[in-house]
Structure formats: C-alpha cells, structure tokens
Design a binder for this molecule. Structure first.
Ligand SMILES: Nc1nc2c(c(=O)[nH]1)N[C@H]1C(S)=C(S)[C@@H](COP(=O)(O)OP(=O)(O)OC[C@H]3O[C@@H](n4cnc5c(=O)[nH]c(N)nc54)[C@H](O)[C@@H]3O)O[C@H]1N2
Ligand SMILES: Nc1nc2c(c(=O)[nH]1)N[C@H]1C(S)=C(S)[C@@H](COP(=O)(O)OP(=O)(O)OC[C@H]3O[C@@H](n4cnc5c(=O)[nH]c(N)nc54)[C@H](O)[C@@H]3O)O[C@H]1N2
Ligand code: SF4
Ligand SMILES: [Mo]
Length: 856
C-alpha cells in the first residue's frame, strides 16, 4: 500500500496519533489532539517491532498445526462440553485493554449473551478497576471528567503514584513544556520512590507505600478547616472518616503540599498505578476525588481529578463493559430495566443475570478445578497476575485453554491447548479510546501474515458454531452496534452516549477523525464533564499484609521506560533493551547489609520468590525495594517477579495489591558469573540464572550465573556455542580469576564466552560492534582477550535511545563544559529525539553541578 496511513500508537493510554509511511516509518501525527506530532521512545521504535520473529501464524490444536475450521470446531466443542458439564459459570474469557473496541465488544457479547456467563474479565482488573469503582461511587458512572489540556492549564499538578516520565512520556513532555512556558506552575509528585518524573517536581512527597488515603484525608480536613469546602453530598461523612488521618511524611513537606493545594484553585490531581494497585485502591481514588468535589474544582479548565489509563484501549474495554461486574455500554445489573433492555436488543434470553468472577478470583476458581473452558485473548496472565506460580498451575488445570495472540513467544500461549493467531498492530482495524475519552482509529496498513485473523472474526465464528449469527461484515458494523447499545432505554441518566455514531456509514468509519465522547448526535463531540458528584468516606487503613521481622521490606513493582509489559513486543528490539539490559531489583544502600551492588539477590515473600541483580540506589526509600514487572520465561525465567507478589485485592474493585508485598532480600551465592555473546539466542536453561537480550547486528547477549566449578562451566558454555570449522582463542587469567574465549571462523567472530568467580566482569556492550565486522583484525582480537576496547574507555549504558548516546558520552560533554540540556544536545545529540531521556540527562547534569560550580 502506498501513501501515508493515519493510525494510533498501540502502547500507552496517552493514545498518540501516528503517521506511517509506505516503508513502515512511524512519525507523530501533528493533527492528533493527544500528541500534536510528538512521540516517545516506544512510539518512535514502532517500525522496528513490525517484523518480529516468533509470530503465531497458524492455528494449533494440541501442539499441532490445524486449519481454522478444525481449530474453531475444537473451541466450540470445548465450550459446549464445559456448558453441558458445569453450566455457563464454568466457562470464562480473560481479555485485555490491548484489544480494539470492536474485538472487545465481540468478546463481551460472546460471554454474556452466547455463553450466558459474566465470567469475562480483563487485565484492566489489574490496572483500572479501582479508578472505575471510585468513579462510580463519586459520579454514579465511570467518567473521567478532564482532558489533557487541563494539565497544561493548571497552576498545580499533583501526580499520585504515576511515573509519567516513563509511562506516559508524551503527556509528560506536554507538562514539561507547559511548565517551561509558565514557570509559576507547580508540580508535586507523590511516590515512595524518587523517579524520573521527579525531574519536573517542585516537591516530591515520598509517601509510605499505601498511605495515600491518609494523605488525601489529611488534605480534606485541611481544606475544610481553611473554609474552602462547599456543601457536597457525603462531605460530612467523608470528614468524619478522615478524622485523625496522619500520613508519615516530613512535616515541612506535608505543610507545603497542604498550603499549595489550598491556595491554588486550578489544580489537577492525576493518579495512576501507585493509587489503583492497592488493597485500598478504590478509597485512594475517592480520597483524591473528595478533595476536588468538596472544593468544586472539577470539570473546569485546569481543575479536576484525572485517572490516567495504562493501555491503549483500557477505556474502550470499560465502554463495552467487558469486565465481570458490568453489562455493556455502561449498563449494569443494579439498575432495574437495564438487563432487560440489553437482553431484548441482543435477543439474548440467556443473558448473564449477575456479575461474574474478577480476575484474581477467576484464576483461583480455575486452580480449584471449577473452570472447564477459558479463552485468553491479548494478555499474558502466566506472567502478569500476582501469585503467578499458582496462576500457572491454574492454567494447566483448565481442560480447554484457548489463547489468541499475535506471538507464539508468550508464557501463556505455551500453556494453551488451542492457539489462535491474531492480527497485530498495523494489521488490525478498529478503534481505541484514550485517557481523555478520545476515540481514534487504528488502521491496518500491512498484509495479514500467515493465517492470522481479527479477533472479532474468530469470536463470531465460534459463536456461529454455538448457534449465533452476529451478522457483522467488518469492524464498522460492530462499532455501530456498540454505539446503539449506548442509546438503549436507560432508567438512569447516563453521560456515555454514542448516539451520533449509530448511523455512521462504512466510509465515515474509515475516515473517522479523533472524536471525544459523549457524541449525542452526528458531528457533535464532548469536552470537559461536570458530573453530579458526591464525597465518599475513606477511612485510612494499612495494606492487606504488614511487613514483619521475617519479611521486613515492602516490594514495589512497576515499569521501565523502554519495555512494554511482558516484553513480547519490546524485548526483541535491541535499542529498547539497551536502556536497562538486565532485571534489577533496586534497594536503598542502608537496607543492604551484607548484600553487594551487582550481585544476585533473591526477593522472597510468603508466596514465592525471584532472583534479580541487585542495584543499590539512594533514590529508593529505605524499607522498600523496587522490581520491574517485565521479565518472563523467554528472557530471564528466574527473574519473573510475580510469583513473589501477593494476591490480596481491594474489597470493592477486586484490583490486586501489586504495589506492596512484604519481602526479604537474600544473597544468592553462585560459584561463577559470566556472559556469552552469540549470533543466535541460546536456551534460557543454560545456567541456574540467565537473562538474555538482543544486541545490534543480530547478536544476543546472555548474562549467566551457576553453581558448578568455573572451569567446568567454561567448558560447558564453549561446547554450547561450538560450531564446525571454527577455532577458539582462549585466555585463562589466573590472577584475575577469569576465563575468556572467542570463537572465530575465517576471522569472523562467532561467539564470546567470559566467566569468573564474581559478578565483576569486563564490560560487554562494545563487543557487539565486533560482530558487525566480516573479519576482525589483530588489535580487536587483543582487545577481546584484554576485555576492553582498544581505543577509548569502557562503555556505559545507553541513555538516549534515538541517537544511541551513552551515559559516558553525556558525562564527557558535561565535563567538557555543557551545563544545560540544550548544550548536551548540541554536543552529543542526546535528548533531541523523542525526549524520553531528558529526565536522565538532567540527573547527570545535577550530579555534575556541584563540580561545575566549584572554582577551578
Ligand atoms: N514504558 C512503559 N510505559 C507504560 C507501560 C509499560 O509497560 N511500559 N504500561 C502502561 C500501563 S498498562 C500502565 S497501567 C501504566 C502505568 O503507569 P504508572 O502507574 O505511572 O507506572 P508504574 O511504574 O506501574 O507505577 C507508578 C508508580 O507508583 C509508585 N508507587 C508504588 N506504591 C505506591 C503507593 O503506595 N503510593 C504512591 N503514591 N505511589 C506508589 C511506584 O514507585 C511507581 O513509580 O503505564 C503505561 N505505560
Ligand atoms: N507486579 C506487577 N504486575 C503487574 C503490573 C504491575 O505494575 N506490577 N501491572 C499490571 C497491569 S497495569 C497490566 S495492564 C498488566 C499487563 O500485562 P499483560 O496484559 O499480561 O501483558 P502484555 O505483555 O501486554 O500482553 C499482551 C499480549 O497481547 C498480545 N496482543 C497484542 N495485541 C493483540 C491483539 O490485537 N489480539 C490478540 N489476540 N493479542 C494481542 C501481545 O502479543 C501480548 O502477548 O500487567 C499487570 N501486572
Ligand atoms: S506516549 Fe509513547 S507509548 Fe504512549 S501513546 Fe504516545 S508514543 Fe505511544
Ligand atoms: Mo495497565
């Protein structure tokens, strides 16, 4: 296909518009309201994720390739059997905020109307459920009142449990630009960790994990005492519940925050996973919303609570109602008449009559043998759910587990009996809704690979085999039906309304420009909302499981700048892996005891454990450790963190407490540590501990550690990469206690093996460059064995992914006189691309600042 395609980035909930050229090059769409041309490092690298190896290209049944017909028959048969043996509630779907709205709508209709169960839940349960429940309690409906412009128009922006710089980078860039243009604007970050987002903060409130409710209760009391509250339903009860709230924060910091909030009418409080992923997540949302409702700071320019969504279509899933406690189109069971209206519209006499199981409960039911058939779509629960070892056992117990995915390389797809190949980004066609209620098109611009098909098609084919004709000829028809659901008779007044889309023609759908809901009539779109709102009492309470002498630390989990969830899309891209090449657990030096920086450490809880490399980091709060959620069996099996994460949930939303688990951290003595570079990925069971990543030039790096004698391991690793007609150049450095070897054929480098008794080994990134050369010369061979490059210093991690600039080069530019972001940019080009690395460059500048200021 020639020309430019307008589409939407498939990563985060900012929902940036992109332009894709004929060669798959991706740039920001200047016409899209979310990003106005900007992109972050992940969006910029989208083109590199298009031709990933490991695609699932054909249906499979019981491990063997099957035709679509046979696979769909098997799925229908599996559901039929489970329905006959255990009834509707022994069947389930587990879906995802990465589905398009049309696929999501199809999945929800299939579960609730065809199977007759509300056992359809989504990974949004792990992500947005507390915000949804908070919205419903405060507004009677799941509404985000604000729009992105409010962040730019506010005089105070409070970011609660949000690492915006890494997780919603384009919104972060908009915030940074607004603050630069209007320096009087203030930013407060509420996060136990000092994150890259704190780069823009005037105040960092290092809240004790879980104490956000106490913080916002204290704020409500302060606002009331200052005479700033106005009558609002529920306010008195909320004040009573807040009485005595005392967050443990430095008194001066707390006082500053309370004063700033009180004296600034234009305030936006944006909240994300540090709020939602908690056993008090719903109360955190309401404690925040209370402060806005009580002061009337809601739905106005630059003022309001703002729940930011994670996934590209978390909002779409909520709109179609594909969660176990919703019906569809914001209809629910609790409001009389709504169930009947939907049952009639869908002609579904068996429409599920009550809410189903929420994600954590659903997998517990599967573990107890109560689920006979489950269809998992666009998510990787074997990795991303808490208590993940139990979840794997549960997945194995389900007699018919179906997984629809684009990739074969997922830990969940491994466990499925039936595998269905799905279209991915650039192939599929439909809509997504971002955090500010803007509906945008994702458009296909590539041919469908292999036999991959849209998810809605697979769902409607199985439905047909169960006697249902959905009658859709494409996503536009589904979108119209979705819009029609929002117009059904509603006893309760609802804001969510897509009436203007019920008559949208196929051509109009194809050309659809970004549109914010509500859309009550064709050509009309929504803006800020001023919902009827109430305050909700939120008594402070501690996390579900307290730390103890045995498990003294609080485990926080979250994201890295350049990785997406379980790495099925970003893990194969060398320049995205360069930012943080290995799974690290971060800890304050005061908590380290006998643990050494760079050594392997076991993070252990009452539920399970994981082994990661320890990073001592003064930016961590003492008493907490942080581990990324990303690593899987594919990349570092021992470093999957979720087996250690507790499955406690919020009693209202059912969202798990992914941000706090009591743990201890123990040293992991290993007899040897080493790394192997090779021209292919090697199996991850090469050693007791292994972490692999792609480098440039098709090379793979494997970080390893094990328990056998170093010399034995050295021989074994060389044997694992040996090739015919290739020769080893080996150096055993007894003094340094290291073994090094390079495998060459006709001067071409094939592999490097380096191993020693401690984790302190020569740097490895620079070695990848040698793999690009057809023949490596004598100086390079010497350098190889010496363990450092022939010219220049040993390399440092990549900071700027767009221009491949390392920390060392940036430090050198600073040492050479660059003393601002702009000057570093002029000297090295770092920070001049997508801008995601600017907070880290600023951190290097700040490190150097005292020295720059010193007289010579
Ligand atoms: N690079 C990247 N971006 C992403 C994603 C990704 O995988 N990679 N995923 C997307 C998705 S689905 C989501 S949901 C979003 C998540 O976006 P964020 O919510 O911004 O990201 P997280 O890193 O999960 O957590 C945010 C912060 O919460 C803090 N925190 C932990 N406990 C508490 C607490 O008790 N109180 C407070 N106030 N803070 C706490 C953590 O230290 C962390 O810095 O990111 C989206 N964007
Ligand atoms: N410890 C800890 N755990 C967490 C979190 C945390 O902060 N800490 N965060 C939680 C949150 S907020 C989230 S959102 C989850 C995310 O966790 P998951 O949803 O499990 O993670 P992904 O890696 O995004 O999995 C998505 C899969 O869908 C596939 N896919 C993409 N598009 C399509 C499509 O159109 N159709 C189909 N069929 N497949 C598709 C991709 O190939 C990929 O394999 O993790 C949660 N788990
Ligand atoms: S901020 Fe980055 S990841 Fe999020 S939608 Fe925009 S380009 Fe994609
Ligand atoms: Mo998420």
């Amino acid at each position: 296909m020639s020309g430019v395609t307008r589409s939407t980035c498939p990563y985060c909930g900012v929902g940036c518009g992109v332009l894709v050229d004929a060669r798959g090059g991706v740039t920001g769409d200047p016409a899209h309201p979310a990003n106005q041309g900007r992109l972050c490092s992940k969006g910029t690298a989208l083109g590199e994720t298009l031709d990933q190896p490991g695609r699932l290209l054909h249906p499979e049944v019981d491990g063997k390739r099957a035709s679509w017909d046979a696979a769909l028959d098997a799925v229908a048969e599996g559901f039929r059997k489970a329905l006959a043996e255990g009834g509707p509630d022994s069947t389930a779907l587990y879906v995802s905020g990465q589905l398009l709205t049309e696929d999501y709508f199809a999945a929800n209709k299939f579960a609730k109307a065809v199977l007759g169960t509300a056992n359809i839940d989504s990974n949004s349960r792990l992500c947005m459920a507390s915000a949804v429940a908070g919205h419903k309690r405060a507004f009677g409906e799941d509404l985000v009142p604000g729009i992105y412009e409010d962040l730019e128009q506010a005089d105070l922006v409070v970011l609660v449990g949000s690492n915006l710089a890494w997780c919603h980078p384009v919104l972060f860039q908009r915030l940074v630009a607004a603050k630069a243009a209007r320096p009087s604007m203030r930013v407060v970050v509420v996060d136990p960790r000092r994150t890259a987002t704190c780069d823009v903060a005037d105040l960092h409130l290092a809240v004790v994990p879980g104490e956000d409710v106490a913080l916002f209760d204290a704020l409500l009391l302060h606002l009331h005492a200052a005479g700033l509250t106005q009558p609002a339903p529920g306010l008195e009860a909320a004040l009573a519940a807040a009485a005595g709230a005392a967050p443990r924060l430095p008194p001066a910091d707390l006082a500053r925050f309370l004063a700033w909030f009180a004296t600034t009418p234009r305030v936006v409080t944006l909240f994300s996973m540090g709020a939602n992923q908690s056993s008090a997540g719903t109360d955190k949302a309401n404690a925040i919303i209370n402060c806005h409702v009580a002061t009337g700071r809601i739905g106005l320019p630059g003022a309001g609570p703002f729940s930011i969504t994670g996934q590209p279509n978390a909002m779409g899933g909520r709109e179609v109602g594909a969660l176990s406690n919703m019906l569809a189109g914001h209809l629910d069971w609790a409001t009389p008449g709504e169930h009947a209206a939907l049952a009639e519209f869908w002609r579904a006499p068996k429409l599920a009559t009550q809410p189903g199981l929420k994600a954590v409960e659903l997998f517990q039911a599967a573990g107890a043998g109560r689920i006979g058939a489950m269809w998992v779509m666009a998510t990787n629960p074997a990795v991303s759910l808490p208590d993940a070892a139990a979840v794997r056992a549960a997945l194995k117990r389900i007699p018919m587990l179906v997984a629809s995915d684009c990739t074969r390389e997922s830990d969940t797809v491994d466990l499925a009996r039936i595998r269905l190949p799905a279209l991915g980004w650039g192939e599929k066609d439909g809509t997504v809704t971002n955090s500010e209620r803007v509906i945008s098109r994702q458009r296909g611009f590539r041919p469908w690979p292999g036999e991959a098909r849209p998810d809605w098609w697979a769902i409607s084919q199985v439905a047909q085999r169960l006697g249902w004709d959905f009658g859709w000829d494409g996503p536009a028809a589904i979108f119209r039906e979705h819009a029609a659901v929002t117009t059904l008779a509603r006893p309760a007044q609802r804001v969510f309304d897509l009436a203007g889309f019920t008559t949208l023609e196929d051509a109009g759908y194809a050309a659809l420009a970004p549109t914010r809901w509500p859309v009550p009539a064709p050509g009309v779109q929504g803006g800020r909302l001023q919902p009827m709102a109430r305050c909700v009492p939120t008594p402070p309470r501690a996390p579900a499981h307290a730390t103890s002498a045995g498990f003294p630390l609080s485990l926080l989990t979250g994201r890295l700048r350049d990785q997406w969830h379980t790495m099925t899309r970003t893990g194969g891209v060398a320049r995205l892996m360069a930012h943080v090449p290995e799974p690290l657990v971060s800890m304050h030096p005061d908590d380290a005891g006998a643990l050494a920086d760079g050594a392997l450490a076991r993070v252990e809880s009452a539920w399970g454990s994981a082994v990661l490399r320890l990073k001592l980091d003064p930016a961590m709060p003492p008493g907490s450790v942080f581990a990324p959620m990303h690593w899987t069996d594919r990349f570092a099996p021992a470093a999957r963190i979720n087996p250690a994460v507790n499955p406690a949930v919020d009693p209202i939303s059912g969202q798990p407490e992914l941000k706090h688990t009591p743990v201890r951290v123990l040293p992991v003595p290993m007899a040897w540590h080493g790394f192997v570079l090779a021209r292919r990925p090697l199996p991850t069971d090469l050693a007791e501990w292994s972490a692999r990543l792609p480098l440039a030039h098709g090379t793979w790096r494997h970080e390893l550690a094990g328990e056998e004698a170093p010399a034995v391991a050295f021989a074994r690793l060389r044997a694992a990469v040996a090739e015919p007609d290739a020769a080893w150049v080996t150096l055993d450095d007894a003094a340094a206690g290291t073994h090094r070897a390079a495998l060459l054929r006709d001067g071409r480098l094939l592999a490097v093996v380096v191993l020693g008794a401690t984790p302190a080994l020569p740097a490895r990134d620079w070695l990848a460059g040698l793999f690009a050369e057809e023949r490596i010369g004598l100086p390079a061979r010497r350098a190889l064995l010496a363990g450092r490059p022939a010219d220049g210093p040993a390399p440092t991690p990549t900071i700027c992914v767009c221009h491949g600039v390392s920390a060392g080069r940036i430090a050198a530019a600073i040492a050479g006189g660059a003393c601002s972001l702009a000057q570093v940019g002029e000297a090295t080009a770092a920070g001049t691309g997508c801008g995601s690395c600017r907070p880290e460059i600023n951190a290097l500048l700040a490190l150097a600042a005292p020295r720059v200021a010193e007289p010579a």
